[in-house]
Unconditional design. Structure first.
Length: 189
């Protein structure tokens, strides 16, 4: 069956992909780069999920991949100006172009190894394009083919983004799981 990637408009499906098993747990919820750091650190327990529900109501905070009606993947994408990447000290802002940031790609266990991450990146780019984005940036690791721990693989790899047509535009001072991150961009104009 083909994977269908569409804007994340169903909170319960976003919750399956980025929420904790226990609603009161203090996990990321994919908020770390999406909201200001001070707000992110202040949110605790169920308030984190409530904030994500708010974001979903305001407009899709990313895209979801479906295998039939089952949600199997997530990619966070949003205008860079409304994310912490607009002010990040370790990941440079190379220009003032109206770009979107794609910072998290997750595939559910049991569905990995089927190319769904590629579908998610393509679907995220299509969504940004449909919203008028001039370019999409990503900040994956430069792992040179070495294995990346699955809990840290959410940023993606340079190879994943190169296969989607992105090009490296800058090194960064950011490191994930011992691997340097690079800034990659896909112009949509």
């Amino acid at each position: 069956m083909a994977i269908d990637v569409r804007p994340a408009t169903v909170f319960e499906d976003v919750q399956i992909m980025v929420g904790p098993k226990r609603p009161d747990a203090n996990v990321c919820w994919c908020l770390s780069y999406r909201i200001p750091s001070k707000e992110n650190l202040a949110l605790r327990g169920t308030a984190r999920g409530e904030r994500v529900a708010e974001l979903v109501r305001e407009g899709p905070p990313g895209v979801l991949a479906y295998d039939g009606e089952e949600v199997v993947g997530w990619a966070a994408i949003h205008p860079r100006a409304d994310t912490s990447f607009a002010r990040n000290r370790k990941i440079p802002r190379i220009d003032d172009q109206d770009v979107w940031s794609l910072w998290c790609v997750r595939v559910r266990p049991g569905h990995r190894g089927r190319g769904i991450a590629h579908d998610l990146v393509g679907g995220a780019v299509d969504y940004a394009r449909s919203q008028g984005a001039s370019a999409v940036e990503a900040y994956p690791v430069e792992n040179d083919g070495k294995k990346v721990d699955l809990t840290m693989a959410y940023v993606g790899t340079r190879a994943l983004f190169e296969r989607a047509g992105f090009s490296k535009v800058s090194d960064t001072d950011s490191v994930v799981n011992g691997f340097p991150r690079v800034l990659m961009r896909l112009d949509l104009a």
